[in-house]
Design a protein around this ligand. Structure first.
Ligand code: SAM
Length: 246
């Protein structure tokens, strides 16, 4: 069934009215008809299955048939601090990370990041659309949070008690991810994961992270591309925390 995030006010009451681009999409693109069902989400964790009653490209009338809370959010919040990289790679990381259940993304400006400056409001809006569409596609009831880009120093200062904070590096002193996860007495509330840019982190950045209680981790003997590393680590952490249905 098709899923769409909508403003919370659209889900109040027993007679629902869907307007704007969603009405156009339902009528002109998906060719929906009276009696068809879709799922609406308001980013609160609840989902509402609705039946469509009357459709025009401007406005679709519907009524709710079933409300429930999809169990698709990981128990542990996974937050990815991805070094700013090219637009295409970052789009891919946001999409795949959402499918894997990440709760938050922070594009991070490191010393060797290809991009150093602010990003436009248009770009942030585009990234939010990617997150929303990936959340709809993957059956999530919440859209991951997106923080505007910040420096690595600022991002590291957010690493907090109760979080397991990890920085991926090819430095030989880094501990294997598996060993770090196995040494946890209990599942952490939140995992913060820092991934470096194409040229890697500078040694001083790894040292700074260490001083802030962020543990350097290795993802194995092969060097992964920046856009692969975060996704691989998210999948491995999810598996180790029992978030992949095992
Ligand atoms: N030559 C670079 C260096 O010296 O770090 C390689 C950078 S790699 C292409 C980009 C980022 O992916 C790294 O900064 C790190 O965060 C992560 N990464 C890639 N392979 C990794 C591995 N085997 N173990 C840990 N982190 C890895």
């Amino acid at each position: 069934m098709h899923r769409f995030f909508v403003p919370p006010s659209w889900l109040e009451g027993e007679r629902l009215s869907l307007t704007g681009p969603l009405a156009h999409q339902l009528v002109r693109v998906l060719r929906m008809r009276p009696g068809d069902h879709i799922v609406l989400l308001d980013n609160s964790g609840w989902a509402v299955e609705v039946e469509l009653d009357q459709l025009t490209p401007q406005s679709v009338q519907a009524h709710p048939v079933h409300r429930w809370q999809p169990q698709t959010e990981p128990r542990t919040r996974l937050c990815l601090y991805q070094a700013l990289t090219s637009e295409k790679k970052l789009d891919w990381v946001l999409q795949k990370g959402t499918e894997l259940g990440a709760a938050c993304f922070t594009p991070t400006i490191t010393r060797r990041s290809l991009l150093q400056g602010d990003v436009s409001e248009n770009k942030l809006e585009r990234w939010r659309r990617i997150l929303t569409e990936a959340a709809e596609q993957s059956g999530r009831a919440r859209i991951p949070e997106l923080t505007p880009p910040m420096s690595l120093e600022q991002a590291l200062s957010q690493a907090a008690d109760g979080h397991l904070s990890l920085i991926a590096t090819v430095e030989p002193t880094a501990r294997p991810l598996r060993a770090v996860l196995e040494s946890q007495a209990a599942a952490p509330q939140q995992v913060d994961l820092f991934i470096g840019p194409e040229g890697g982190f500078e040694p001083a950045e790894i040292e700074l992270a260490r001083q802030q209680g962020v543990q350097p981790i290795s993802l194995g003997p092969r060097i992964l591309r920046t856009e692969t590393a975060g996704i691989v680590a998210l999948a491995a952490i999810s598996y180790a925390l029992g978030e992949m249905g095992q």
